[in-house]
Design a protein around this ligand. Structure first.
Ligand SMILES: *Cc1c(COP(=O)(O)O)cnc(C)c1O
Length: 352
């Protein structure tokens, strides 16, 4: 059944193991981030059986599926107030930057007679989520009055939005903040989380500041890349996942459309390269599943021409292979293509 994503179980296990060992060597705990798998159970089970220290996901719907999970479950996106009950009921630790949200968590935890653990998210320049460093003291003081909330850590997220590169300076600032919080609440922080896959290069360079004790890795586990400079990581597979899509039409056609040209289905004015008459294949997968810019054909002679909602058009003229109707073409995936393919309900997933 196509289109489908083929997942190599062996390679994924190896990636988790390798990066987990790498962190352990530096006394850093690993939060395996699973959001890109969109709640696909065979992969989540694999994470649950692995040696990671925490499972992090941005969607509560995915975390809810992890029943009988011995590894602490962490909601790494700030909770919605409308989700408060689920957060307390299904999540061990949540990341927070809004006092009003924490107050709601406290109210519900008190009502249930339980405690809820939180990590304080601090913005150190990337301008996505997080309280500003100068707000931390007031935030902690307020939380100290919420008897059903336990602060277990501090964290920063870098690079994802603003492109800010993790450094000795900004992560050093996180350590200063950790010290401030520990001084106020008189307890050691279990989690001092120095970022995501973009912080991995610091580990490689032995430059993670003393005091940082956790990393949250998603992309590096899934597609074997660090995300500060986009380099492939030694020892980690970059081909755990591949897309297979089926040819539903194949014939010779001109490379330039005929007629007056307006906008395409997505409001863009497409541009065309005139290569003359070419052998073109149409594959049954489209923008509803994946953006073609994020696909890399395994057959290097294939040129991706474009796509619409349900059709991916490729030029196979230069290939040594004689493609026929019904044949399957394979693509290597980036983080972006993996994310959307795993999310599409029209794409089959198969772990082998
Ligand atoms: C997605 C995410 C991660 C993981 O990032 P990668 O670049 O995939 O390693 C870590 N922390 C937070 C808060 C995230 O949203």
């Amino acid at each position: 059944m196509y289109p489908r994503v083929i997942i190599s179980k062996e390679k994924l296990i190896s990636n988790i193991q390798y990066l987990s060992d790498k962190c352990k060597n530096d006394d850093i705990s690993l939060m395996g981030v699973t959001k890109v798998y969109s709640g696909y159970m065979p992969i989540l089970e694999l994470f649950m059986e692995s040696k990671i220290d925490y499972i992090g996901d941005s969607r509560i719907k995915n975390l809810k599926k992890l029943t009988d999970c011995k590894i602490p479950k962490v909601l790494i996106r700030l909770p919605m107030i409308s989700d408060i009950r689920d957060v307390v009921d299904y999540v061990d630790i949540s990341f927070n930057s809004e006092l009003a949200t924490v107050s709601e968590l406290n109210d519900y935890a008190r009502y249930k007679g339980v405690y809820h653990r939180i990590v304080l998210m601090v913005d150190l320049g990337d301008l996505r989520e997080g309280m500003l460093p100068k707000e931390v003291e007031g935030f902690v003081r307020a939380v100290m009055n919420m008897k059903h909330i336990i602060i277990v850590g501090v964290a920063v997220n870098l690079t994802c939005y603003g492109g800010v590169i993790p450094s000795v300076e900004n992560l050093g600032q996180l350590v200063d903040i950790k010290n401030l919080v520990e001084g106020m609440i008189n307890r050691k922080m279990e989690i001092v989380s120095g970022g995501n896959s973009s912080s991995l290069f610091l580990l490689e360079d032995n430059a993670v500041p003393e005091g940082i004790n956790n990393l949250r890795l998603g992309e590096s586990i899934a597609v074997g890349r660090e995300t500060a400079f986009g380099k492939k990581i030694e020892g980690v597979y970059d081909d755990v996942f591949k897309l297979q899509a089926e040819i539903i039409e194949i014939r010779e056609k001109e490379s330039i459309p005929k007629g007056e040209l307006g906008m395409d289905a997505f409001g863009n004015k497409p541009e065309f390269v005139d290569r003359g008459v070419r052998r073109r294949a149409i594959l049954a997968v489209g923008k509803q599943d994946v953006y073609h810019e994020d696909l890399i054909p395994y057959d290097e002679a294939i040129i991706i021409l474009g796509s619409s909602s349900d059709h991916l058009i490729v030029d196979v003229s230069d290939s040594n292979k004689d493609y026929k109707l019904g044949d399957v073409i394979e693509f290597k995936l980036t983080y972006g293509s993996l994310l959307s393919l795993m999310t599409s309900e029209f794409v089959y997933k198969k772990m082998i």
